[in-house]
Design a protein around this ligand. Sequence first.
Ligand SMILES: O=C1O[C@H](COP(=O)(O)O)[C@@H](O)[C@H](O)[C@H]1O
Length: 233
Amino acid sequence: MIEAEWWEYDSVEEMADAVAGDVGFIIESAIDARDASLLALPGGNTPGPIFKKLAAQKLAWKKVTIVPTDERLVEVSDERSNARLLAQSFMRAGARVIPIGGENADVAAAGNIADARLQDLPWPPDLVWLGMGADGHTASIFPGADMQNALDAPKARRAVGVTPDPMPADMPVPRVTLTRASLLSARTLIITITGADKRALLEQAIADGQSSKLPIGRVLAEAEQPIDIHWAP
Ligand SMILES: O=C1O[C@H](COP(=O)(O)O)[C@@H](O)[C@H](O)[C@H]1O
């Protein structure tokens, strides 16, 4: 049974203030407890304003390591790269950003490389922060043939390669993604979404649980930790 708490805001700005505050607290607590903090953060458009407010906080950023929850198989310098957004947002503050993608024609090999890079990090992440696309994908777990690979990967596996099917029209590139098991290994799990349509979709996916056809529903159905869902119109 998913234990989800919804946090509703009047505006994206208000959501950004609240989520940046929460994530800042998670980072500080992790550094107090373990002298380091590991975060897995999403790409897309929703987190941008939150990243700005978070990066402006005075934290021991040199002790913070950030990985993307997922990545497109493009160079890190490409504007479609999630690692690029993370680097632009947090490297000036002093955080270490570890890319998990890069241009690679072989999707399975790219998944192995991403997995190996994540295996080198002290696991689990203090935070996995998820977004959700309008089609119900989360991280880069998309509806389609590869969905089950990302959902069923063994616990020890941290990332896999995926070819979304159908490819999203705006960015038709293969990807790598953290597996369901690695996403759900997080000490804390949050979701940020905007808009009435995504809210209705997520509510339905949660209600459907294991029988959901949407990746977000299938991922959350196995979460053992409580999930904070932040929503703004
Ligand atoms: O493709 C992606 O999209 C999702 C959702 O992005 P949003 O712009 O609709 O918030 C994102 O969470 C994921 O990391 C990204 O690669």
